[in-house]
Design a protein around this ligand. Structure first.
Ligand SMILES: Cc1cc2nc3c(=O)[nH]c(=O)nc-3n(C[C@H](O)[C@H](O)[C@H](O)COP(=O)(O)OP(=O)(O)OC[C@H]3O[C@@H](n4cnc5c(N)ncnc54)[C@H](O)[C@@H]3O)c2cc1C
Ligand SMILES: *[C@@H]1O[C@H](CO)[C@@H](O)[C@H](O)[C@H]1NC(C)=O
Ligand SMILES: *[C@@H]1O[C@H](CO)[C@@H](O)[C@H](O)[C@H]1NC(C)=O
Ligand SMILES: *[C@@H]1O[C@H](CO)[C@@H](O)[C@H](O)[C@H]1NC(C)=O
Length: 578
């Protein structure tokens, strides 16, 4: 039996929870994963996915090093929701047998008043049984897409109050209710509210099933597409990350591109070409509402469409199978009980309404205000004015290049916050205690690589390994403030909707630089894709690079056993689950 006083409690069995648990188990920690779902995978759990859901990422980018990802089962050559679900299931089965408790909702996390660790108040969703579980350490992996965000004026309750006849549901429920929607829309169009990826996937699914679809949105996600697949040496190398300014600017090439005016012109020329090619590949006419998209350079909302396909959203719009109203905002239901009301007064007939209105913070119902305070998770207004961070004056971020995002005010005060998580992982205030961390709060285009590297960082942090950490809380706080100032500068207007529960830090195209920084924190070699001075930007970044991090970290620890107080062994330990 593992020592119960050492158990790590992991909340969430999505991608982040699974890799965190596996990494900690390999380092000898007993773990228990809690999820309210019935199956593993989080966003990709069997009960959450629906046919037609495909992922954005180029094949291979959303997986972990210990398990290969079979090629896509969908005809389109892209990984589908089913592929991701099968992968998550296999991962949980292979590496975390018996470690996961399903159907358990965590209702509160608080510090243990009688000593070390944390008390989790849980409720069993099958029988309502409440329990208090004590864990020595806790990792929050609750994700950014588990709590639906629904504007109250168009919510299912609002629909009921107006006596609206058809089904009204959030996109998260679509998998379960798709038959109802198809049945309700035999004679009348389905109305989808929102312009993001869920809206597009669901619109395409319904149109492909012969339903008339209308999508209402203010602005839509940026889109990446290409007439032929992007070659790996561009799409899976460091090229996009170098063309995007990072906080670190680790190479001379990046310093040239982002700190000089000539460099900045090259950078913006590059993204203009990418954007032009994407619209061209998808045949989006210049006057189409689909041009009301965020800019690929500034935004953190970009969908990678890969090669255009006749059964996907953009082609279906071009064919007239999906209609659009934009810019427009749905503000309620009409008294005829069959229509949706727009802000401009129009009434839009609807057989069913799907709210693809995104997701809200996942910490809301989970952490009391007191815990947020005690653990130090509370975000706060920035305390240091931006001008004190003069090294943020990048030429590539100069105002001459900075358009106002459609539907966004760059001076949005809602976006003026600083997260309290150092590196997007550990609460600053709690940093020295090394017993609380978050995985899944770094917003990125490569979740597989990022979640896995973060999991190692967390394990080293918990083990008490030597880790480059700021020596004082004040210094750690200053570092997160700088990061917040950087995020505001890099992605203006974007923090208004991003929440620290999934975007405490943003390493969108720049995940390679951010992960190199974490590797350096662990005193491990970074910049692992290799190459020489000319070829390094084009070398494919492969997950194999981080496949042996457990052994590498262990070898470091053995060199200096005294530095690691817990002295965990290096040999792969048996899985210890409770
Ligand atoms: C429709 C959709 C499509 C997406 N497509 C892509 C894509 O193509 N590419 C991409 O990179 N990303 C995509 N994402 C983003 C996606 O969120 C991430 O890719 C990733 O899956 C997040 O993993 P996670 O483990 O952080 O969180 P999640 O997968 O959300 O897992 C959260 C876990 O926490 C549990 N949980 C939360 N609160 C509690 C509680 N109080 N008690 C108990 N358990 C709790 C949940 O049950 C779940 O197990 C998509 C998201 C959605 C919704
Ligand atoms: C993010 O979450 C915090 C609490 O965790 C909340 O105060 C804030 O309003 C949320 N912001 C958005 C944009 O949802
Ligand atoms: C990565 O390594 C190559 C040599 O292999 C070097 O030329 C390059 O500058 C390095 N890049 C970074 C970001 O450190
Ligand atoms: C990882 O370790 C295994 C076994 O020790 C070895 O065979 C493999 O080559 C290593 N992989 C990398 C990328 O270093």
């Amino acid at each position: 039996m593992p020592d119960p006083s050492e158990i790590v409690g992991i909340i969430g069995a999505g991608a982040a929870g699974l890799i965190t648990a596996h990494t900690l188990v390999k380092d000898g920690f007993p773990v228990q994963v809690l999820t309210r779902d019935r199956t593993p995978g989080g966003v990709w759990a069997a009960e959450r996915i629906y046919p037609g859901l495909e992922i954005n990422n180029v094949h291979g980018e959303f997986r972990f090093s210990a398990l290969g990802m079979p090629p896509p089962s969908t005809g389109s050559g892209r990984l589908g929701g089913e592929d991701l679900n099968a992968y998550m299931k296999a991962y949980a089965h292979n590496f975390l047998h018996g470690c996961i408790r399903y159907g358990v909702e965590v209702e509160d996390v608080s510090e243990n008043p009688d000593g070390e660790g944390y008390i989790l108040s849980t409720r069993d969703l099958k029988n309502g049984k409440k329990e208090q579980l004590r864990f020595r350490r806790v990792v929050l992996c609750t994700g950014g897409c588990s709590a639906p965000h629904i504007p109250p004026e168009i919510s299912p309750t609002a629909a009921k109050n107006m006596g609206f006849k058809g089904p009204v549901l959030h996109s998260q429920e679509f998998g379960k209710q798709k038959e109802d929607v198809l049945a309700a829309c035999e004679a009348v169009q389905a109305v989808i509210v929102g312009g993001g990826k869920s809206a597009q996937d669901i619109a395409a699914y319904l149109a492909n099933h012969g339903t008339k679809v209308l999508v209402i949105f203010e602005s839509t996600d940026a889109v990446l597409a290409c007439p032929v697949p992007w070659p790996d040496f561009i799409r899976r190398s460091r090229v996009l990350s170098i063309m995007s300014p990072s906080r670190q600017l680790p190479s001379l090439l990046e310093q040239f591109l982002h700190k000089t005016r000539l460099g900045a012109k090259i950078v913006h020329g590059f993204w203009a070409i990418v954007s032009f090619l994407s619209f061209f590949a998808l045949s989006i006419p210049p006057d189409s509402p689909l041009r009301r998209s965020h800019s690929i350079f500034w935004s953190i909302r970009t969908n990678d469409e890969g090669i255009p396909s006749p059964t996907r959203f953009h082609s279906l719009v071009n064919k007239g199978a999906i209609s659009l109203i934009s810019p427009a905002r749905a503000i309620g239901f009409c008294s005829d009980r069959r229509s949706v009301r727009l802000a401009d007064g129009r009434a839009i007939p609807a057989g069913a309404v799907i709210l693809a209105t995104g997701y809200g913070p996942s910490w809301g119902g989970l952490l009391s205000v007191q815990t947020m305070k005690n653990v130090g998770l509370e975000r706060h207004p920035p305390t240091v004015p931006e001008m004190h961070f003069h090294n943020l004056n990048y030429a590539s971020l100069a105002s001459e290049f900075n358009p106002t995002e459609p539907g966004r005010n760059p001076h949005d005060t809602e976006g003026q916050w600083a997260s309290a998580l150092y590196r997007g992982i550990a609460p600053v205030q709690n940093l020295a205690k090394r017993d609380f961390a978050v995985n899944g709060a770094i917003f990125t285009t490569n979740n597989g690589y990022v979640f896995e590297t973060v999991a190692h960082w967390i394990s080293s942090y918990f083990l008490g390994d030597p880790l480059r950490l700021p020596p004082t809380i004040d210094e750690a706080r200053m570092e997160t403030e700088k990061n917040a100032a950087w995020m505001r500068k890099r992605h203006p207007g974007m923090l208004g909707w991003a929440n620290e529960s999934y975007a405490a830090s943003i390493a969108f195209w720049n995940w390679p630089q951010a992960m190199d920084e974490l590797l350096e924190d662990m005193d491990l070699p970074a910049n692992r894709s290799g190459g020489h001075w000319l070829t390094w930007p084009f070398r494919v970044i492969d997950l194999k690079e981080i496949a042996n991090l457990t052994e590498e970290r262990c070898a470091k620890r053995s060199l200096d056993p005294a530095s690691s107080p817990r002295g965990m062994g290096c040999s792969p330990s048996a899985v210890e689950c409770v």
